[in-house]
Design a protein around this ligand. Sequence first.
Ligand code: ZN
Ligand code: ZN
Length: 305
Amino acid sequence: MSPQLSITILGCYAAAPGTFKNPTSQVLGIRNHMFLIDCGEGTQVSLRLNKVKFSRIKHIFISHLHGDHFFGLMGVITTFSLLKRTAPLTIYGPKGIKEIILLQLKLSQGFTSYPLHFKELESKSPEVIYEDEVVTVTTIPLKHRVYANGYFFQEKEGDRKLDINKALNLNIDNAYFNKIKQGGDITLEDGTVIDNKDITFDPLPPKSYAYCSDTAYKPEIATQIQGATALYHEATFLESHEHLCKPTGHSTAKQAAQIALDAKVGNLILGHYSTRYRNLELFKEEARTIFEIVHLADDGTVFTF
Ligand SMILES: [Zn+2]
Ligand SMILES: [Zn+2]
């Protein structure tokens, strides 16, 4: 059975790209849905390397307009056109993103082969920006040098699971299976009413993923994302460089762990490391002094929950 939640890290380093250090981008899978979050330089190459089908990306969420989070967007948009994509693509990001992209399109080829939509964000409080039958996406206002949002992806409760053996033993016609999965009781031909709970299992509990990069330590994040299955929180610095957090609008590994602890999340994923550090294990060690379940993002890593 495929996992409900998967996160493929395409890039997780701060600032300029290196040979094996890509700037921020990741792919989130929730059941059959796929979302691209941030789109640093080189994202389309990383998508290829990680065998992510371009056609499955219909929504791209950009946190803020620093280059290490969106310089790959123009490349992705253009390549989709070269591949003659026809399915619509929607970009979510700070106000101004539409102008940046449309100006480049205007001065080059002038159009895309598919409908390109923008949802520009300006609100400083959380707002629901996307919703369908599987998931709700809410902004997480961050504290950075420029206007920035994280994104909170919350899966909706799925259908009940049919106990197929019991259903067959009771000779229930498969025409009723959908009704049963949606919680309906069944009346047999002899008039016996079968309670839904007797022929179904509870659905798996819904999962959720909070993406927070880039941000200085902001306690309100923990309030908003209580109980999330996984939190990706930037950890640009170790505590030894905490004095750099305020001027740059970034966090330490310890501060990321404090958010994870206060939010009672299931898992903390660290990323957006400054390239000054050679040993990523130090981030994990520092975070684990505050919060137990810490994972280190690295390019090409896949997390499933
Ligand atoms: Zn950044
Ligand atoms: Zn930034």
